[in-house]
Design a protein around this ligand. Structure first.
Ligand code: ADP
Length: 447
């Protein structure tokens, strides 16, 4: 097993990884920007190295600085966390070339799934059903118009390198195709440095359902059931739950088997998630995330499996010692992503926390970097806390979530706690009767 792991990330996820390492008797190295010198994971880690100024490109995306820190501290593995370099195949390669273990999949699989066009081709090959659309990239306007006729309207134009809900444009008629195509290309080029796009049918009322899996790259692969992430704003997840209120045990087993068979065939290593849109009883692959996901704790809560611990064991060469039949999904879990944003305008609200009290009690987990006196820096993602609640059933979970949100005090800055309180009081949410468009419609942002 590793003796020392460097955590190449910040915020709640860095803390989450530190906790898993501590429980395994592994020392941790925190790397941080000058803006994060007072961060909780930096305080708790066994060692800390400043890797640069606040801008992510100079610190958390600075591959050379991170590798230097790993070499100087004698770390034998690097956990990339979520975002930043977690899906950067070149970084994974560099880490391995330095004789350091990368706690994640092989660079080859990261690369394959990082390009959404290639990922869809791989999915099709592996027997995973996909959203109908173009076969690969769309090169010209004429080609786009021809495919649009075939696929029908509405359709969505998506960037091959897109992520974080960006690089997508919906077209409702043939007149809109050319403009949507050009906007999507320009945005994709600016955001991801790649203007390759493809076309998919835009599903009218799907749910976003994703399957969590673990593979050891040695022929073993299991799934940990699904998460329903349909409560979204601007294609970004706001609340997630496991299991999905929309699936029954047979559907769960079937999609789980499809995914594990495919990943066994691929020889996939580490944690991963396959994302689907689910409509009228059918699953359509949209993408695969070759990393830990923000919402991983809800799967941990219903399965009682520590995903980060498993990632670390697998990276150290261990075989998966959990068999599919050992995975028992028990009860229900919901996660609220609490961000440092105004709950009405969604403007970021960085600043100092004057008062902090996190909820607790049976079945309540708070993954957060916050503490009283901490200043939320303005340079990074606005996620400041994940409130994760588990109950024997969905109703108990909802009651516990309501209680926990009302107990949560984050003073000094505005957060989205009031928004979460309003959403979970809505009948459609309580009934589990929602699709990916519901939240925005309810907020009056979409017709
Ligand atoms: P990202 O990598 O940016 O998260 P995804 O491909 O995972 O992009 O899509 C994010 C969200 O965008 C989905 O959860 C869904 O809400 C919406 N979306 C993507 N593709 C489609 C589609 N074909 N039809 C309807 N909605 C879609």
């Amino acid at each position: 097993m590793f003796e020392k792991v460097l955590i190449a990330n910040r915020g709640e996820i860095a803390l989450r990884i530190h906790r898993a390492c501590q429980e395994m008797g592994i020392q941790t190295v925190a790397v941080h920007s000058t803006a994060d010198a007072e961060a909780m994971h930096v305080r708790l880690a066994d060692e800390a190295v400043c890797i640069g100024p606040p801008a992510p490109k100079d610190s958390y995306l600075n591959k050379a600085a991170i590798l230097t820190a790993a070499t100087l501290t004698g770390a034998d593995a690097i956990h990339p966390g979520v975002g930043f370099l977690s899906e950067n195949a070149a970084f994974a390669e560099m880490v391995e070339e330095h004789g350091i273990a990368f706690i994640g999949p092989s660079p080859e699989h990261i690369r394959m799934m990082g390009d959404k066009i290639e990922a869809k081709e791989a999915a099709r090959r592996l027997g995973i059903p996909c959203v109908p659309g173009s076969d690969g990239a769309v090169e010209t306007d004429a080609e786009a118009l021809r495919i649009a006729e075939e696929v029908g309207f509405p359709l969505i134009i998506k960037a091959a390198s897109g992520g974080g809900g960006r690089g997508m444009k919906v077209a409702y008629s043939i007149d809109e195709v050319k403009t949507a195509l050009s906007i999507c290309r320009t945005e994709a080029k600016a955001a991801f440095g790649d203007d390759a796009v493809y076309i998919e049918r835009y599903l009218a009322k799907p749910r976003h359902i994703e399957v969590q899996l673990l593979g050891d790259g040695q022929g073993n692969c299991i799934h940990l059931g699904e998460r329903d992430c349909s409560i979204q704003r601007r294609h970004q997840k706001v609340i997630e739950e496991a299991p999905s209120p929309a699936l029954n045990a047979t559907q769960r087993r079937r999609i789980g088997e499809t995914v594990t068979n495919a990943m066994k065939e691929l020889g996939y290593r580490s944690a991963g998630t396959i994302e689907f849109l689910y409509e009228d009883g059918e699953f359509f692959f949209i993408e695969m995330n070759t990393r830990l996901q923000v919402e991983h704790p809800i799967s941990e809560m219903v399965c009682s499996i520590d995903l980060v611990r498993e990632q670390i064991r697998i990276a150290a060469g261990a075989q998966l010692d959990i068999r599919q039949e050992d995975v028992k999904i028990q009860g229900h879990a919901i996660e609220c992503r609490i961000t440092a944003e105004d709950p009405d305008s969604f403007l970021p609200t960085p600043g100092r926390i004057t008062d902090y009290h996190a909820p607790g009690g049976l079945g309540v987990r708070v993954d957060s970097q916050l503490y009283s006196g901490y200043a939320v820096p303005p340079f990074y993602d606005s996620l400041v806390s994940k409130l994760v609640v588990h109950g024997q059933n969905r109703n108990e979970c909802l009651m516990r979530l309501r209680r926990s949100l009302s107990e949560y005090v984050i003073g000094g800055i505005k957060t989205t706690i009031p928004l979460h309180q309003r959403i979970i009081a809505e009948k459609r949410f309580i009934d589990g009767d929602y699709d990916i468009h519901w939240l925005e419609k309810w907020m009056g942002l979409k017709k």
